[in-house]
Design a binder for this molecule. Structure first.
Ligand SMILES: C[S@@+](CC[C@H](N)C(=O)[O-])C[C@H]1O[C@@H](n2cnc3c(N)ncnc32)[C@H](O)[C@@H]1O
Length: 253
């Protein structure tokens, strides 16, 4: 029997990233959503140490545009040409000349440029649904880093598999609820989002993620020639503990 419950704080964090992704028409100009990611942008700026940055899985550029606006030369890579076209058009409208969008696969991308920072945020690494694909992403990050480069990965277990239906988002016209399922065999979590509206068919969307533990990521890093430089619980550098739901991991070469 499915149970309906209120979303908790981690659910809200997941809600905010997924809203950015699915309702990305909201993200139309540089700086939108800035209040949510100020700490993250400051952290990434420090990690870039004045060098250039490459985002893996940039989506519609919510982060990359802000990082560029903060003065870091940024390349925003995504598999989706719709996303990269959006980034280029926002950058042009904002007259941001230090950002370029790249349509490519983060598993195999090899740039002629070398970056001080490669970063992959909001569980984007876990969109790669096997350990081998995630390993390829680490290898690709390592190949694109310059000397003393940093690969920053941001992972969370928000959206942990359960048998509940949770409140996700509501407007006057629509209610969206979320349920998650977990496949023991593949380790893949599927999050389903159902939007209910008056006089409209139910809209069902889903995201699939293959969560990997911090230890598994450290192994992938090692295979790629990287090692863990620091691990935090959040972008304010609060200490991480193995029981934490989230980690920001910084790998160096
Ligand atoms: C969670 S969203 C991105 C969120 C983004 N970092 C932001 O801040 O808005 C995940 C993105 O990863 C992209 N993606 C998934 N697999 C990819 C791959 N193999 N190579 C490049 N991008 C990929 C998707 O197209 C999607 O835009």
């Amino acid at each position: 029997m499915l149970r309906v419950s209120e979303s908790d704080a981690s659910g809200l964090a997941a809600a905010s990233y997924i809203r950015q992704w699915f309702d990305s028409a909201e993200v139309t100009s540089v700086g939108e959503g800035a209040e949510c990611v100020t700490d993250q942008i400051a952290f990434l700026q420090d990690a870039a140490a004045g060098g250039a940055a490459l985002e893996f899985g940039a989506g519609r550029g919510w982060l990359a545009l802000q990082l560029a606006a903060a003065g870091i030369p940024t390349h925003a890579l995504d598999l989706s040409p719709t996303c990269t076209a959006h980034i280029d058009s926002v950058a042009a409208a904002a007259r941001l000349t230090n950002i370029r969008a790249v349509t490519a696969d983060m598993r195999t991308y090899r740039s002629v440029d070398r970056y001080a920072l490669v970063y992959c945020s909001f569980n984007t690494l876990f969109h790669l649904l096997t350990l081998e694909e995630q390993q390829d992403c680490f290898t690709s990050a390592a190949a694109n880093l310059g000397e003393q480069g940093r690969f920053v990965v941001d992972c969370s277990r928000a959206g942990r598999p359960n048998r509940e239906v949770t409140f996700f988002a509501a407007t006057e016209a629509a209610l969206t609820v979320q349920a998650t399922g977990y496949d023991d065999r593949t380790g893949i979590t599927t999050a389903y989002f159902a939007t209910l509206e008056d006089s409209a068919p139910v809209r069902l969307r889903q995201i699939r993620l293959r969560y990997s533990s911090a230890a598994e990521l450290d192994d992938m890093a090692q295979q790629a020639g990287l090692s863990l430089a620091a691990r935090y619980a959040d972008y304010r550098r609060r200490p991480w503990s193995p029981t934490a739901d989230r980690h920001i991991s910084v790998y160096g070469n």
